[in-house]
Design a protein around this ligand. Structure first.
Ligand SMILES: Nc1ncnc2c1ncn2[C@@H]1O[C@H](COP(=O)(O)OP(=O)(O)OP(=O)(O)O)[C@@H](O)[C@H]1O
Ligand SMILES: [Mg+2]
Length: 427
């Protein structure tokens, strides 16, 4: 801060020491949802930018994430909001639709996705500060490439994330209260865990979500979402070791499909649709689309925006809602049909999905991925044993997949009586 100005900004108390520590390169904060990490770090990048510019230093503040295809997926909006919320920062910066910079032009912001733009980041000049938000899935290779790129004197790297895997590169590197230089023993990084209870502005809407999760989820899942624990459901996870995230473009000449399915929402549940393909004994989930509170009248338009040409291909929907199916058919989903379901269809559908060598989930299908991570068997609270009871949650996109694949699964069984567990798929 310049001597003339004395400004006050409010931070969650637990984060004050983190930003007060002088001369460290890494500042990290991890923890559960809604703990104020993103807001606070966004604000502090702007304060830091102000300090650099006032000190006559010029360069770039890089807001990075693992995935970022457009600026709307970046931290830009959060940073703009943070700047607007503090009068002296608002006066100090100028902002346009796709830029943020100090009025004296010394410091400007850039945004990038580490998965796809890492090499272009390497060519960016003079990175003073890089803040990686949502950093859980940033790979070791990405860290190795990124960190030496941030090389201005006194440059810093800030990291925020919701931990999920104990062995993630991000947690291994940065989930530490203090980080010391291996060679000199000098303190080079500080970190702190933040959870909702550490956020003085934890909003009521999230409090309602949290209470519901506390009541409905098993303790491990709850603690992962809200308390910064790792997600260690492994044995209970229905699709464990089965799926991975991938960018791909289906070859409609060679691949079987597309298989489209639709699960209707109720008041709390989303209407959810997916499009997938079968190729090389693997299931490829290419698109998903869904929303809570979607009116039936708006459904076709909504789905068509997110799943191209959805109306051209068959789409199988929950047979419990025949009147909704005929409504959507009249509205333009001409090839919509009711699935059959029947006894044991949930178990059969799961077995069929598990029978693939691998399930590839396209990077854009975030909701489907979330369900694959969380769809679980019940664990006995007292003995901790996994029971053959499927928890009726995180299953809307997965239900749409089951409906979509019902016919393919029968074809496969008929062609090969060994059943869904077999590796060869009927052509
Ligand atoms: N400085 C602040 N002033 C007012 N409200 C705030 C402030 N910081 C946080 N909040 C409130 O807390 C909510 C959660 O904050 P934030 O999004 O920063 O949390 P987070 O830890 O990044 O959450 P997630 O893990 O979900 O990304 C915000 O949506 C906002 O309602
Ligand atoms: Mg956040």
């Amino acid at each position: 801060m310049s001597k003339q100005q004395k400004v006050q900004i409010e931070l969650p108390p637990k984060l004050i020491p983190l930003f007060s520590e002088p001369n460290v390169r890494y500042r990290s904060s991890w923890g559960g949802r809604g703990s104020g990490k993103t807001r606070t770090f966004a604000l502090m990048t702007a304060i830091k930018g102000y300090m650099y510019a006032e000190a006559g230093v010029s360069g770039l503040i890089l807001g990075a994430r693992e995935f970022m295809n457009t600026l709307s997926e970046s931290s830009m909006e959060e940073i703009k909001q943070a700047i607007r919320s503090v009068p002296f920062l608002k006066d100090y910066y100028e902002m346009g639709e796709n830029f943020i910079r100090t009025k004296n032009r010394r410091v400007s912001y850039g945004f990038a996705g580490l998965r796809h733009n890492l090499d272009s980041i390497k060519s960016k000049a003079r990175i003073l500060l890089c803040w990686v938000d949502e950093a859980e899935t940033v790979s070791e290779i990405a860290w190795r490439k990124l960190l030496p790129t941030v090389r201005e004197e006194d440059s810093e790297v800030w990291i925020t994330w919701n931990p999920e895997r104990r062995d993630s590169a991000t947690s291994r590197r940065f989930r530490h209260d203090q980080i010391f230089d291996d060679l000199t023993g000098e303190l080079i990084g500080v970190g702190v865990e933040m959870n909702y209870s550490d956020n003085p502005w934890f909003p009521e809407v999230l409090e309602i979500e949290r209470r519901q999760d506390k009541a409905n989820l098993d303790d491990e899942t709850y603690r992962w979402i809200w308390e910064g624990d790792y997600l260690e459901l492994s044995e209970a996870q229905i699709f464990r070791n089965k799926y991975e995230v991938m960018d791909f473009v289906p070859d409609s000449q060679k691949w079987d499909g597309p298989y489209q399915g639709l699960d209707f929402g109720f008041s709390q549940d989303p209407t959810a649709a997916t499009r997938s393909w079968i190729y090389d004994d693997c299931l490829w989930i290419e698109y998903d689309a869904g929303a809570v509170g979607l009116e039936l009248d708006d459904t076709v338009e909504f789905l068509s925006k997110l799943i191209p040409d959805i109306g051209l291909y068959p789409i199988y929907a929950d047979n419990a809602r025949p009147e909704s199916i005929s409504h959507l058919s009249r509205k333009g989903l001409k090839r919509i049909r009711a699935c059959e379901k029947g006894k044991g269809s949930v178990e059969d559908g799961i077995a069929f999905i598990r029978s693939f060598k691998r399930v590839y989930i396209h990077t854009r299908c975030k909701e489907t991925l979330n369900e694959f991570k969380n769809y679980s068997y019940k664990k006995d609270r007292i003995t901790d044993e996994v029971l053959p009871i499927i928890i009726d949650a995180f299953n809307h996109y997965i239900d749409s997949l089951r409906y979509a694949l019902e016919k393919a699964s029968k074809g496969r069984k008929r062609a090969n009586p060994a059943g869904a567990g077999s590796r060869t798929f009927a052509q």
